[in-house]
Design a protein around this ligand. Sequence first.
Ligand code: PAF
Length: 281
Amino acid sequence: MEVTKKIVGLREWLAQNRGASLGLVPTMGFLHQGHLALVKAAKAQNERVAVSIFVNPLQFNSPEDFENYPINIEEDLRLLAEAGVDLVFTPPPEEIYPKGFDAQLRIGAITKPLEGSARPGHFDGVTTVVAKFFNLFTPDRAYFGEKDAQQLLVIKKMAQDMNYGVQVIGCPTVREPGGLALSSRNSRLKESQKEEALLIWQALQLGKQKIAEGLSNSAQLIELMSEVVLSGASAAVDYISINDTQTLEPVEEITGEVLISLAVFLGKVRLIDNITVPPKA
Ligand code: PAF
Protein backbone atom coordinates (compact mmCIF):
# COMPACT_ATOMS: atom_id res chain seq x y z
CA MET A 1 0.00 0.00 0.00
CA GLU A 2 1.36 3.39 -0.98
CA VAL A 3 0.79 6.42 1.23
CA THR A 4 1.27 9.99 0.06
CA LYS A 5 0.62 13.39 1.58
CA LYS A 6 1.31 15.22 -1.67
CA ILE A 7 -0.71 15.87 -4.83
CA VAL A 8 2.47 15.24 -6.84
CA GLY A 9 2.76 11.79 -5.22
CA LEU A 10 -0.89 11.08 -5.99
CA ARG A 11 -0.36 12.06 -9.63
CA GLU A 12 2.68 9.79 -9.92
CA TRP A 13 0.69 6.86 -8.53
CA LEU A 14 -2.21 7.59 -10.91
CA ALA A 15 0.21 7.68 -13.86
CA GLN A 16 1.67 4.31 -12.82
CA ASN A 17 -1.83 2.83 -12.57
CA ARG A 18 -3.33 4.38 -15.71
CA GLY A 19 -5.81 2.06 -17.42
CA ALA A 20 -6.88 0.30 -14.21
CA SER A 21 -10.39 1.06 -12.92
CA LEU A 22 -10.29 3.13 -9.75
CA GLY A 23 -12.64 3.21 -6.76
CA LEU A 24 -12.28 6.16 -4.35
CA VAL A 25 -13.36 6.15 -0.71
CA PRO A 26 -13.14 9.70 0.70
CA THR A 27 -12.95 9.75 4.52
CA MET A 28 -12.05 11.98 7.43
CA GLY A 29 -10.21 9.12 9.14
CA PHE A 30 -10.70 7.48 12.56
CA LEU A 31 -11.90 4.56 10.53
CA HIS A 32 -14.45 1.97 11.63
CA GLN A 33 -16.24 -0.99 10.08
CA GLY A 34 -18.55 1.41 8.19
CA HIS A 35 -15.56 2.80 6.28
CA LEU A 36 -14.17 -0.70 5.77
CA ALA A 37 -17.51 -1.74 4.23
CA LEU A 38 -17.04 1.08 1.69
CA VAL A 39 -13.52 -0.19 0.96
CA LYS A 40 -14.87 -3.74 0.54
CA ALA A 41 -17.50 -2.54 -1.94
CA ALA A 42 -14.83 -0.56 -3.81
CA LYS A 43 -12.52 -3.57 -3.97
CA ALA A 44 -15.28 -5.74 -5.39
CA GLN A 45 -15.95 -3.35 -8.27
CA ASN A 46 -12.57 -1.82 -9.18
CA GLU A 47 -9.04 -2.94 -10.03
CA ARG A 48 -7.53 -0.29 -7.70
CA VAL A 49 -8.84 1.30 -4.51
CA ALA A 50 -7.74 4.66 -3.13
CA VAL A 51 -8.75 6.16 0.22
CA SER A 52 -8.37 9.80 1.20
CA ILE A 53 -8.02 10.77 4.86
CA PHE A 54 -8.59 14.48 5.32
CA VAL A 55 -10.41 16.24 8.15
CA ASN A 56 -11.87 18.96 5.99
CA PRO A 57 -11.90 22.28 7.91
CA LEU A 58 -14.33 23.83 5.39
CA GLN A 59 -17.21 21.57 6.37
CA PHE A 60 -17.15 22.25 10.13
CA ASN A 61 -19.40 25.10 11.18
CA SER A 62 -18.16 24.88 14.78
CA PRO A 63 -14.41 25.33 15.49
CA GLU A 64 -14.84 23.23 18.66
CA ASP A 65 -16.27 20.33 16.63
CA PHE A 66 -13.30 20.56 14.22
CA GLU A 67 -10.74 20.65 17.03
CA ASN A 68 -12.35 17.68 18.79
CA TYR A 69 -12.64 15.52 15.68
CA PRO A 70 -10.86 12.24 16.55
CA ILE A 71 -7.65 11.32 14.68
CA ASN A 72 -5.61 8.10 14.69
CA ILE A 73 -3.70 7.95 11.44
CA GLU A 74 -1.45 4.99 12.39
CA GLU A 75 -4.39 2.76 13.20
CA ASP A 76 -6.21 3.96 10.04
CA LEU A 77 -3.21 2.98 7.89
CA ARG A 78 -2.99 -0.41 9.59
CA LEU A 79 -6.70 -1.10 8.89
CA LEU A 80 -6.43 0.04 5.28
CA ALA A 81 -3.32 -2.06 4.60
CA GLU A 82 -5.12 -5.08 6.06
CA ALA A 83 -8.16 -4.31 3.86
CA GLY A 84 -5.97 -4.38 0.73
CA VAL A 85 -6.17 -0.70 -0.22
CA ASP A 86 -3.71 0.37 -2.94
CA LEU A 87 -3.24 4.08 -2.19
CA VAL A 88 -3.91 6.33 0.79
CA PHE A 89 -3.85 10.11 0.33
CA THR A 90 -3.34 11.97 3.64
CA PRO A 91 -2.81 15.61 2.68
CA PRO A 92 -2.19 18.35 5.24
CA PRO A 93 -4.68 21.28 5.01
CA GLU A 94 -2.28 23.50 3.00
CA GLU A 95 -2.03 20.84 0.27
CA ILE A 96 -5.78 21.05 -0.34
CA TYR A 97 -6.29 24.71 0.53
CA PRO A 98 -3.04 26.52 -0.28
CA LYS A 99 -2.65 30.17 0.72
CA GLY A 100 -5.03 32.26 -1.34
CA PHE A 101 -7.44 29.39 -2.08
CA ASP A 102 -10.73 31.10 -2.85
CA ALA A 103 -13.14 28.73 -4.58
CA GLN A 104 -16.35 27.07 -3.53
CA LEU A 105 -18.74 24.62 -5.11
CA ARG A 106 -22.32 25.12 -3.97
CA ILE A 107 -25.28 22.86 -4.76
CA GLY A 108 -28.79 24.35 -4.46
CA ALA A 109 -32.13 23.32 -2.95
CA ILE A 110 -31.17 19.84 -1.79
CA THR A 111 -28.53 21.29 0.56
CA LYS A 112 -31.00 23.57 2.35
CA PRO A 113 -33.03 21.36 4.76
CA LEU A 114 -31.82 18.99 7.51
CA GLU A 115 -28.01 19.16 7.95
CA GLY A 116 -27.83 22.19 5.65
CA SER A 117 -30.18 24.13 7.88
CA ALA A 118 -28.66 22.89 11.16
CA ARG A 119 -25.05 23.41 10.00
CA PRO A 120 -24.91 26.44 7.68
CA GLY A 121 -22.14 26.15 5.10
CA HIS A 122 -21.54 22.46 5.85
CA PHE A 123 -22.43 21.18 2.38
CA ASP A 124 -20.49 23.93 0.61
CA GLY A 125 -17.45 22.57 2.45
CA VAL A 126 -18.30 18.95 1.63
CA THR A 127 -18.93 19.56 -2.08
CA THR A 128 -15.85 21.77 -2.45
CA VAL A 129 -13.51 19.12 -1.06
CA VAL A 130 -15.23 16.19 -2.81
CA ALA A 131 -15.10 18.12 -6.11
CA LYS A 132 -11.35 18.60 -5.56
CA PHE A 133 -10.93 14.87 -4.91
CA PHE A 134 -12.98 13.99 -8.00
CA ASN A 135 -10.78 16.32 -10.06
CA LEU A 136 -7.55 14.96 -8.56
CA PHE A 137 -8.34 11.22 -8.65
CA THR A 138 -10.80 11.09 -11.62
CA PRO A 139 -12.13 7.83 -10.12
CA ASP A 140 -14.54 5.53 -11.96
CA ARG A 141 -16.59 5.06 -8.80
CA ALA A 142 -16.76 6.80 -5.42
CA TYR A 143 -18.29 5.33 -2.26
CA PHE A 144 -20.24 7.06 0.52
CA GLY A 145 -22.25 5.77 3.49
CA GLU A 146 -26.04 5.96 3.61
CA LYS A 147 -25.77 7.14 7.23
CA ASP A 148 -25.11 10.56 5.72
CA ALA A 149 -28.16 10.24 3.47
CA GLN A 150 -28.32 13.92 2.55
CA GLN A 151 -24.59 14.05 1.80
CA LEU A 152 -24.99 11.08 -0.55
CA LEU A 153 -27.85 12.81 -2.41
CA VAL A 154 -25.93 16.09 -2.57
CA ILE A 155 -22.83 14.41 -4.01
CA LYS A 156 -24.92 12.48 -6.55
CA LYS A 157 -26.53 15.77 -7.61
CA MET A 158 -23.13 17.45 -7.82
CA ALA A 159 -21.73 14.63 -9.97
CA GLN A 160 -24.75 14.85 -12.27
CA ASP A 161 -24.97 18.65 -12.52
CA MET A 162 -21.23 19.17 -12.94
CA ASN A 163 -20.74 16.22 -15.36
CA TYR A 164 -18.22 14.38 -13.22
CA GLY A 165 -17.63 11.08 -14.96
CA VAL A 166 -17.83 9.19 -11.69
CA GLN A 167 -20.46 6.78 -10.47
CA VAL A 168 -21.45 7.77 -6.92
CA ILE A 169 -22.34 4.67 -4.93
CA GLY A 170 -24.14 4.58 -1.57
CA CYS A 171 -23.47 1.74 0.86
CA PRO A 172 -25.76 0.64 3.72
CA THR A 173 -25.18 1.99 7.23
CA VAL A 174 -23.22 -0.40 9.45
CA ARG A 175 -24.69 -0.70 12.96
CA GLU A 176 -23.68 -2.07 16.33
CA PRO A 177 -25.83 -4.98 17.60
CA GLY A 178 -28.15 -2.55 19.47
CA GLY A 179 -28.69 -0.52 16.27
CA LEU A 180 -26.31 2.40 16.91
CA ALA A 181 -24.93 3.55 13.54
CA LEU A 182 -21.12 3.39 13.48
CA SER A 183 -19.61 6.88 13.47
CA SER A 184 -16.21 8.30 14.31
CA ARG A 185 -18.05 10.61 16.74
CA ASN A 186 -19.23 7.62 18.84
CA SER A 187 -15.72 7.51 20.35
CA ARG A 188 -16.53 10.78 22.17
CA LEU A 189 -19.56 9.30 23.99
CA LYS A 190 -19.31 8.61 27.70
CA GLU A 191 -20.32 5.09 28.84
CA SER A 192 -23.79 6.23 30.00
CA GLN A 193 -24.34 8.10 26.72
CA LYS A 194 -23.62 4.94 24.72
CA GLU A 195 -26.80 3.48 26.31
CA GLU A 196 -28.72 6.65 25.51
CA ALA A 197 -27.50 6.53 21.90
CA LEU A 198 -29.52 3.33 21.41
CA LEU A 199 -32.65 5.49 21.75
CA ILE A 200 -31.87 6.96 18.33
CA TRP A 201 -32.34 3.60 16.65
CA GLN A 202 -35.37 2.84 18.84
CA ALA A 203 -37.00 6.13 17.79
CA LEU A 204 -36.37 5.35 14.10
CA GLN A 205 -37.84 1.87 14.55
CA LEU A 206 -40.89 3.35 16.26
CA GLY A 207 -41.32 5.73 13.32
CA LYS A 208 -41.19 2.82 10.87
CA GLN A 209 -43.65 0.78 12.95
CA LYS A 210 -46.17 3.63 13.26
CA ILE A 211 -46.11 4.26 9.50
CA ALA A 212 -46.69 0.53 8.91
CA GLU A 213 -49.66 0.74 11.30
CA GLY A 214 -51.11 3.59 9.25
CA LEU A 215 -50.02 6.77 11.05
CA SER A 216 -49.54 9.29 8.24
CA ASN A 217 -49.30 12.63 10.03
CA SER A 218 -45.62 13.62 10.22
CA ALA A 219 -46.06 16.05 13.13
CA GLN A 220 -47.60 13.31 15.29
CA LEU A 221 -44.88 10.87 14.29
CA ILE A 222 -42.15 13.35 15.14
CA GLU A 223 -43.76 13.97 18.54
CA LEU A 224 -43.77 10.24 19.36
CA MET A 225 -40.15 9.83 18.23
CA SER A 226 -39.04 12.88 20.25
CA GLU A 227 -40.48 11.33 23.41
CA VAL A 228 -38.30 8.25 22.88
CA VAL A 229 -35.11 10.27 22.30
CA LEU A 230 -35.78 12.67 25.16
CA SER A 231 -36.07 9.82 27.66
CA GLY A 232 -32.24 9.87 27.58
CA ALA A 233 -30.87 12.01 30.43
CA SER A 234 -28.32 13.92 28.31
CA ALA A 235 -30.31 13.88 25.05
CA ALA A 236 -31.50 16.95 23.15
CA VAL A 237 -33.17 16.83 19.75
CA ASP A 238 -31.63 19.05 17.07
CA TYR A 239 -34.19 17.88 14.53
CA ILE A 240 -36.40 14.95 13.64
CA SER A 241 -37.72 15.23 10.12
CA ILE A 242 -39.78 13.37 7.53
CA ASN A 243 -38.73 14.16 3.96
CA ASP A 244 -39.11 13.03 0.38
CA THR A 245 -36.33 10.50 -0.32
CA GLN A 246 -35.21 12.20 -3.56
CA THR A 247 -35.91 15.95 -3.24
CA LEU A 248 -35.69 16.11 0.58
CA GLU A 249 -38.74 18.36 0.63
CA PRO A 250 -40.54 18.07 3.99
CA VAL A 251 -43.51 15.69 3.96
CA GLU A 252 -46.54 16.61 6.09
CA GLU A 253 -48.82 13.72 5.14
CA ILE A 254 -47.06 10.41 4.46
CA THR A 255 -48.37 8.74 1.31
CA GLY A 256 -45.18 7.36 -0.28
CA GLU A 257 -41.66 6.33 0.64
CA VAL A 258 -40.07 8.77 3.10
CA LEU A 259 -36.71 9.45 4.70
CA ILE A 260 -36.95 9.70 8.47
CA SER A 261 -33.86 11.45 9.74
CA LEU A 262 -32.72 12.92 12.99
CA ALA A 263 -29.88 14.77 14.65
CA VAL A 264 -29.48 14.36 18.38
CA PHE A 265 -27.10 15.85 20.92
CA LEU A 266 -25.89 13.56 23.69
CA GLY A 267 -24.13 16.11 25.84
CA LYS A 268 -21.83 17.83 23.35
CA VAL A 269 -21.71 14.96 20.87
CA ARG A 270 -24.00 15.37 17.89
CA LEU A 271 -25.11 12.18 16.14
CA ILE A 272 -27.20 11.77 12.99
CA ASP A 273 -29.05 8.77 11.63
CA ASN A 274 -31.85 7.93 9.21
CA ILE A 275 -33.94 5.20 7.65
CA THR A 276 -35.96 5.00 4.45
CA VAL A 277 -39.48 3.78 5.10
CA PRO A 278 -41.99 2.50 2.55
CA PRO A 279 -45.63 3.61 2.85
CA LYS A 280 -48.21 1.42 4.62
CA ALA A 281 -48.72 -1.67 2.44
O1 PAF B 1 -18.42 11.76 5.10
C1 PAF B 1 -17.28 12.23 5.32
O2 PAF B 1 -16.45 11.64 6.01
C2 PAF B 1 -16.92 13.59 4.72
O3 PAF B 1 -18.02 14.43 4.69
C3 PAF B 1 -16.28 13.48 3.33
C4 PAF B 1 -17.23 12.90 2.30
C5 PAF B 1 -15.03 12.62 3.41
C6 PAF B 1 -15.86 14.87 2.84
O4 PAF B 1 -14.96 15.47 3.71
